[in-house]
Design a protein around this ligand. Structure first.
Ligand code: FUL
Length: 690
């Protein structure tokens, strides 16, 4: 299976924006460079919102349906649009985007143009309309509503031919006229090529730049929903951030160009000074998968908080996915995580410790742009026209403050003006620099490793293309949170324990008991003794979190790896790579016989190597697997298939065999990489034995 590039380029981009309603006068600074269109500005101001992945995949345990699924499979037993909307509100999110149709083509609304929809499912005896119910529940809960309509459709017989494009446009028209105001319409760039396609079961290749007639798509959405922003990998109103891990680049400019070549790094960082306003949206799921799977758990409140700082805090908007289960409800554990995450944010931002500060600045543009305005949510401080790099602000605090979060925004109606700044605090004998972020943009949150206490704070603008125009300055104190540690086994079977945060104390036990401050400290990878299970604790500043993962999905360390077909066995921590144009074959010797129930495959975590379009390597698009007792006789393959969404997501893929059996050897053949890249690369493989 080949995955075509996710990217499609749209010439004559919609992102060319009109200035967002600024009074033009000599008393007002002139915008610099690209500025957001009014609909983009409204989207920035909306803040974080939710994704909702729910369809037949929820019932088949898949991430990508092939398109041949029976509509009778869609059968939520206790669907509640209000419970889902309530969970989104409980997480402090302001809108929801629903997968009205995912790649398998099943429609969650009774589309007039296909039989492959809820109309032919048991849900409400075919009288249900999930899109309509969600749209109404969102309105009841004060949430904005948006839709995702997958361009790639693995069900439709005409996919790849002109008739499908007509169908796609007709569906888009239906969705954008029948469900009230939409704030965002989401166009997924994924295209894996093969599918059911009305029974043809073949690979169909399209040119993503031209096939869907994007100009026509834009026309439909603009006509029916003039206020909605359109999301696409690039070059619509809102761009993809280039990964599904919840990480915006640092910096993550909201500006873009069409002149330089597309890359995931460009998507992640944007283009400083680019002529188009095209901000990044950070789509990430609360669980490893986008759809609900019984054996997955939600991210912890501490992890969601880190994601918040790495997305919103870098000026991008967060789109956090919830995955309703087979009842059609967000599971309790996920709701609990969402609530606790919101509580952390509420507590952090409840009191701005800079309030009441005396503010001095290097200059001001005029009386309407005074230094004190930098504390405001609505008006802004603007430096005098020629005061750009070198401009500064000083905050003499009303009382000494202890804080670990600093917030600052550019008033983006005037464009992006600042390239970097330093934050200093007053110490007994002068000033001490505590942070040096590379940008401000729509929002900058600085999270310090440790709280600091001071009576005064200074902001120094280090680089700027025009005089800075800033507001929303704040100093905050976070409640103490620490993420649970990650426990993994490397290719040699050694256990590694790690934390995404610096300065964290990691301890562990091997007997299943809860680790404490007195348990052995983790220092380096170690071999897991027979029968041992690892539990780890992370401790930081009086807070602790225990990992409830023991040793991931697989409990057997490969005793010996043999990688054939000219593949090279890479040194520890490096990905396994095949030879150009060759399948990558892995033979894993478990040293003794186990009931092999499946395997896990983790794409390379090295972003540059694994999935960047400019790189020559990519994760495998699919697999074939064999089992053997002696490593010589393999018989028929026990499984073959695709790795869904592996080009964009670095989450572990879990393949369970239909008929598990005892074996000592597993052979995997990974025929080709995604997106026609010549070299297959793999991060890690695990064996599922329970
Ligand atoms: C990707 C899709 O392939 C995934 O299934 C998911 O919908 C994600 C948000 O976008 O491109």
């Amino acid at each position: 299976m080949t995955q075509l590039t996710r990217r499609f380029l749209l010439s004559g981009s919609a992102a060319v924006s009109a200035s967002a309603a600024l009074p033009a006068s000599a008393a007002t600074p002139k915008p610099s460079g690209a500025v957001p269109a009014p609909r983009q500005l409204a989207w920035h101001r909306l803040g974080a919102h939710a994704f909702m992945h729910f369809t037949i995949n929820t019932f088949t345990d898949r991430e990508w349906g092939y398109g041949d699924e029976q509509t009778s499979l869609f059968n939520p037993t206790d669907f509640s649009a209000d419970q889902i909307a309530g969970a989104v509100v409980a997480g402090g999110l302001n809108g929801l985007i629903l997968t009205a149709k995912h790649h398998d083509g099943f429609c969650l609304w009774p589309s007039r143009f296909t039989e492959h929809s809820v109309r032919n499912s048991p849900y409400k005896d075919g009288k249900g309309d999930i899109v309509g119910e969600m749209a109404e529940a969102c309105r009841r809960h004060g949430l904005k509503f948006g839709v995702y309509l997958s361009p790639w459709d693995r069900n439709h017989a005409e996919y790849g031919r002109p008739a499908y494009v007509e169908y796609y446009h007709a569906q888009l028209n239906e969705l954008t006229t029948q469900y009230g105001p939409l704030f965002e319409v989401w166009f997924d760039g994924a295209n894996g090529g093969d599918g059911y396609y009305g029974g043809a079961r073949e690979r169909r290749k399209i040119d993503g730049h031209t096939y869907y007639q994007w100009d026509r798509v834009r026309e439909i959405v603009r006509r029916n929903q003039p206020d909605a922003v359109m999301f696409a990998d690039s070059d619509m109103d809102i761009r993809w951030v280039g990964n599904e891990d919840g990480q915006a680049g640092n910096p993550c400019w909201p500006t873009w160009d069409l002149a330089s070549p597309y890359s995931l790094d460009k998507a992640n960082h944007g283009v400083r000074g680019g002529p188009l306003w095209n901000p990044a949206e950070v789509d990430v799921s609360i669980r490893p998968g986008w759809f609900w799977h019984a054996d997955e758990a939600p991210k912890s409140p501490a992890t969601l908080t880190r994601i918040w700082f790495e997305s919103t805090g870098r000026g991008a908007s967060l789109l956090l996915n919830v995955a309703p289960d087979r009842r059609g409800r967000v599971p309790d554990a996920d709701v609990a995580s969402l609530k606790a995450w919101k509580a952390i944010r509420d507590k952090t931002f409840a009191a701005n410790l800079a309030r009441g500060a005396r503010v001095a600045a290097s200059s001001r543009f005029g009386p309407a742009f005074s230094a004190a305005n930098v504390l405001s949510e609505t008006v802004a401080w603007a430096a005098a026209k020629h005061d750009s790099a070198g401009a500064w602000l000083r905050f003499d605090l009303a009382r000494p403050a202890t804080f670990d979060v600093i917030r600052l925004s550019e008033d983006i109606r005037y464009g992006i003006r600042v390239d970097g700044f330093a934050v200093d605090i007053r110490t007994g004998d002068g000033w001490r620099e505590i942070a040096r972020p590379p940008s401000i943009g729509p929002e900058r949150l600085v999270r310090l490793d440790q709280p600091v206490t001071t009576t005064a704070v200074r902001i120094r603008i280090l680089g700027a293309s025009a005089a800075p125009i800033l507001n929303r300055f704040g100093l905050f104190r976070m409640p103490e949170v620490v993420e649970e540690p990650m426990i993994r086994r490397d290719a040699q079977g050694l256990v590694t324990i790690s934390s995404p945060a610096a300065g964290v104390d990691l301890r562990y036990t091997l007997d299943g008991s809860r680790p404490t401050a007195n348990s052995p400290a983790y220092t380096r990878p170690f071999a897991l003794p027979e029968g041992g299970t690892v539990k780890a604790i992370a401790r930081h500043a009086g807070t602790e979190a225990v990992s409830d993962v023991t040793v991931a999905a697989f409990d057997v360390a490969p005793a010996r790896w043999r990688i054939t077909a000219d593949g090279n066995e890479a040194p520890d921590g490096k990905p396994y790579a095949g030879a150009p144009g060759q399948p990558l074959e892995l033979v894993i010797d478990l040293a003794q016989s186990y009931t092999v129930r499946g395997f896990t495959l983790t794409p390379s975590q090295r972003f540059d190597v694994a999935i960047d379009v400019v790189a020559k390597m990519g994760p495998p698009a699919g697999y074939e697997a064999w089992l053997s007792d002696d490593g010589k006789t393999w018989g028929d393959a026990v499984a073959r298939g695709e790795f869904s969404n592996i080009a964009a997501s670095r989450a572990e893929q879990k393949i369970r065999f239909a008929a598990p059996r005892a074996a000592r050897f597993l052979r995997l053949e990974l025929p080709n990489a995604v997106q026609d890249k010549p070299i297959v690369v793999v991060g890690a493989v695990g064996i599922i034995t329970r």
